[in-house]
Design a protein around this ligand. Structure first.
Ligand code: SME
Length: 157
């Protein structure tokens, strides 16, 4: 397919609904994990203009920075640390409405105000996380969780 994204305006739901089939098309026929994680980060960042969108991948006992879009970020995160490490440890989606109120939050960027992290589960194990940071408070809710879950489910890790 042409690698141009059709960006749309509208409610968050409408934006996700327009983006989802485009991400599906971007991933179709490509097996390279880095290429796919890179394009998913870029597609989400282009559509939503969030501060930071990217992946951390489990390597031994740490999460290591993977493909992302946005400002430079921390490279290694221990299990249980920050929102990313908590998502890994609990195998759960973590929504942080205000990073200053999240115990142990790792401030990679002082501009980040809220965050959502989803575990990437492959063959029953967490192999990484998708982390999205916003420069505004209270950006993420159940709608983001619903659609981002569908997006990460498209990834073959
Ligand atoms: N804030 C995250 C760390 C990763 S960066 O935001 C890119 C955390 O608390 O796990």
């Amino acid at each position: 397919m042409a690698e141009d994204l059709l960006l749309i305006e509208g409610t968050k739901e409408e934006q996700y609904q327009a983006l989802l089939p485009q991400i599906e098309a971007l991933l179709k026929g490509e097996e390279d994990v880095v290429a796919n994680l890179a394009n998913v980060s870029a597609a989400l960042k282009q559509q939503f203009q969030w501060l930071w969108v990217g992946f951390y991948l489990v390597k031994k006992d740490e999460l290591v920075l993977g493909p992302f879009q946005g400002p430079v970020a921390c490279t290694r995160i221990k299990k249980g640390r920050g929102a990313c490490g908590a998502s890994w440890e609990k195998e759960a989606v973590i929504i942080v409405p205000d990073v200053e109120k999240f115990p142990g939050h790792i401030a990679c960027s002082s501009l980040s105000r809220s965050e959502i992290v989803l575990p990437l589960v492959f063959k029953g194990e967490v192999v990484g996380v998708l982390d999205v940071d916003s420069a505004d408070l209270n950006t993420f809710d159940a709608t983001d969780e619903y659609y981002l879950k569908q997006i990460v489910a498209l990834l073959q890790l």
